[in-house]
Design a protein around this ligand. Structure first.
Ligand code: FES
Ligand code: FES
Length: 213
């Protein structure tokens, strides 16, 4: 057992865990941060992606002790970070994923959103190919990716004040076109923020006897 000093979502914390545990195990099974998903647990799927010093990293391949001294951001920390930065509501990437309906089961979304957030923080004007490349380590078994890419482009358009492109499923009309009132475009995604944005636990992360499953 080892006592780790980790900074997670802006909070410095001490947590005891076996010395060989990965960051993903510590986040999920010591800290209860189950937004980081345990998919393949061997570096293939990207579901466990967190930001370490702003860079997307696979927490299932990161020994927790090596994360000491670094800023770790999980999906649970994205909305509070946006509020601390003076924003309102969820991070624009989370909101865009919700409005685009860029999810089905939601399992991939925390990692996908964090990879997208890292991209937009680093590159203010990525092309579709650059978005694809940035998200290539995050696998989605459900959506076919198109609405995910469109969500990143919607977040980008919102950030720059540009007119969002019309989504492929609405040719001839653009539900995201700006209105005279400014920001009165309808939400087209799932109603309200969904579990994939980290606001609520996934069904597979329900707790029984204090354990996350
Ligand atoms: S759980 Fe880490 S890459 Fe799949
Ligand atoms: S894996 Fe189900 S929405 Fe991506």
């Amino acid at each position: 057992m080892r006592v780790l000093n980790l900074t997670v979502n802006g909070d410095a914390t001490e947590v005891a865990a076996p010395a060989h545990w990965t960051l993903l195990e510590v986040l999920r099974y010591r800290m209860g941060l189950t937004g980081s998903k345990q998919g393949c647990d061997k570096g293939d799927c990207g579901a466990c992606t967190v930001l370490i010093d702003g860079e997307p990293q696979l927490s299932c391949l990161t020994v927790a002790a090596l994360a000491e001294g670094h800023e770790i951001t999980t999906i649970e920390g994205l909305l509070p970070a946006h509020l601390r930065a003076g924003g309102e509501g969820p991070d624009p990437v989370q909101e865009a994923f919700d409005r685009c309906g860029a999810l089905q089961c939601g399992f991939c979304q925390p990692g996908m959103i964090l990879s997208a957030r890292a991209l937009l923080s680093e590159n203010p004007a990525p092309t579709r190919d650059e978005i694809k490349a940035a998200l290539s380590g995050n696998l989605c078994r459900c959506t076919g990716y198109t609405q995910i890419y469109q969500a990143v482009e919607l977040a980008l358009a919102e950030a720059t004040g540009a007119e969002p492109a019309s989504p492929s499923w609405a040719p001839g009309e653009n539900p995201w076109a700006k209105t005279p009132e400014g920001n009165a475009r309808p939400a087209v995604g799932a109603a309200g923020l969904t579990e994939g944005t980290g606001v609520a636990p996934s069904g597979g992360d329900s707790r029984t006897n204090g354990k996350a499953h």
